[in-house]
Ligand binder design. Structure first.
Ligand code: GTP
Ligand code: MG
Length: 424
């Protein structure tokens, strides 16, 4: 796929309104996706119809209209709201005389341009090749047309088909090669995850729609509770700012540690292949003890976005992990904040310190709910244990007695096990 997209290419977005509830919103989002890909949306075309035309996706009259709108607006690309079948793509391209980019290809282009790490790049490349594989016919027949000036003589067609088979095999080869490379990276990530799991530190993962504020929350928390040397992550007002997973260790004032991960955001109709190939990036969320769903509360479509997030999580097999809802960007609404609603919902602004403290409190209640309070009597000779506890646990009370130091300590059940002989 072409990564050197011309800046601000003029495009038209076109969609079929088959009566689905969120049609209008998905078209608005399609325009945003185009903008995220440095394209200038000059027109929007809609067709209300029961079902897509199997040959050209749009009905015949609409195809002519699109061609005309493209010509009057100097548009070079038409973006369709749904993924088209290989033959629809080919036919439509022929009849309109413009490049046709479907929603899937557009999202793939954005991902390809944003991918930074080796892992993200491999994942996008695999998804791109998988998308191209069934659509090879188009480019092969086009090449054939160019060679023969539009005609398709018998010998030429044969040559084209052989070329097609070759292209197909090459791509299949590339996919399996890239999969191997990715598997190696995944292995070392999995090892790291296992080590973290062994350390018994609970983990929470930020999930949610793209641009909801996940990275902003991560950075806010890292600045307040992270180690000084911890790097912040990239946050920006654009779709798919984050394509990788970052994990940071946070320490609460009560000396409780937890790991927080930030990862790729979702969007409606996220291509299945892309979601699948990003499975390992999302593995951090799959292994979390707690999911923190971040929602842009200032967006009128936040409910649809929550629905998409939940659907996507299900699609990648992330289920049955406790989840809290964070209604973010409340500063852009009239709604009061920070507010705690029940045990697992907060209304906050990622940019406000009080909000972050409230959020951390909710996270703490979930992650450390099995922590126990124990009373330990440590003989004076065990001074190093007292310093250990001082450093690593939350000491609620200290009393010096003649027979030693009496501490009231809050700790994990596993840790408490190690100290049973001092318990009183
Ligand atoms: N006003 C306001 N803006 C916010 C708030 N939280 C985040 N933002 C802005 O929203 C934009 C997106 O924030 P990010 O943190 O990059 O969003 P994300 O969820 O990580 O997005 P992806 O990485 O694309 O999935 C940025 O411009 C942030 O400054 C908030 O509480 N209030
Ligand atoms: Mg982000």
């Amino acid at each position: 796929m072409d990564n050197n997209i011309q800046k601000d290419e003029q495009v038209i977005i076109a969609g079929l309104d088959t009566g689905q509830e969120d049609y209008d919103y998905s078209m608005t989002e399609l325009a945003e996706l185009a903008q995220a890909n440095h394209m200038d949306v000059v027109q929007r075309v809609d067709q209300v119809i029961d079902r897509p035309n199997p040959a050209t996706y749009f009905g015949t009259g609409k195809v002519a209209e699109i061609a005309e709108v493209a010509a009057t607006n100097d548009a070079t690309t038409i973006i369709t709201n749904d993924e088209l079948s290989p033959s629809q793509l080919r036919n439509l391209e022929e009849e309109v005389g413009c490049r046709i980019l479907d929603r899937t290809a557009l999202i793939l282009e954005i991902f390809a341009n944003r991918a930074q790490t080796k892992e993200a790049k491999l994942q996008v490349q695999i998804a791109e090749l998988q998308y191209r594989l069934p659509r090879l016919q188009t480019s092969a027949s086009q090449r054939l047309d160019q060679q023969t000036g539009g005609g398709s003589g018998f010998t030429n067609r044969g040559a084209g088909e052989t070329k097609l088979e070759m292209d197909r095999r090459t791509i299949q080869h590339q996919i399996s090669h890239l999969r191997h490379e990715l598997a190696d990276i995944d292995k070392s990530e999995a090892t790291k995850r296992k080590q973290r799991a062994k350390s018994n530190i609970p983990t929470a993962a930020l999930v949610g729609y793209t641009n909801a504020g996940k990275s902003t929350i991560m950075n806010g928390l890292v600045r307040r509770y992270g180690a000084v040397e911890d790097k912040t992550v990239f946050e920006k007002n654009m779709l798919f700012a984050t394509l990788d997973t970052s994990v940071r260790r946070l320490t609460l004032p009560s000396k409780k540690d937890f790991l927080l991960s930030d990862t790729v955001g979702f969007v409606s109709k996220l291509p299945t292949n892309l979601v699948k190939s990003f499975r390992s990036t999302l593995a951090e969320a799959a292994n979390a003890d707690l999911l923190i769903q971040v929602i842009d509360y200032s967006d009128p479509h936040y409910e649809e976005m929550m629905h998409t997030t939940e659907q996507t999580l299900k699609q990648i097999g992330i289920e049955n992990i406790p989840m809290i809802n964070v209604f973010n960007k409340a500063d852009k609404t009239e709604i009061e904040f920070p507010v705690l609603e029940g045990d697992d919902q907060v209304v906050i602004s990622a940019k406000q310190p009080e909000s972050l403290d409230l959020l951390v409190n909710v996270i703490r209640k979930h992650l450390f709910k099995d922590y126990v309070q124990v009373k330990l009597l440590l003989p004076f000779a065990e001074g190093q244990l007292v310093s250990y506890l001082n450093e690593h646990t939350n000491i609620l009370n200290t009393e010096y007695r003649t027979d030693g130091t009496l501490l009231t300590v809050e700790m994990s059940p596993q840790e408490a096990q190690r100290f049973t002989k001092y318990e009183v």
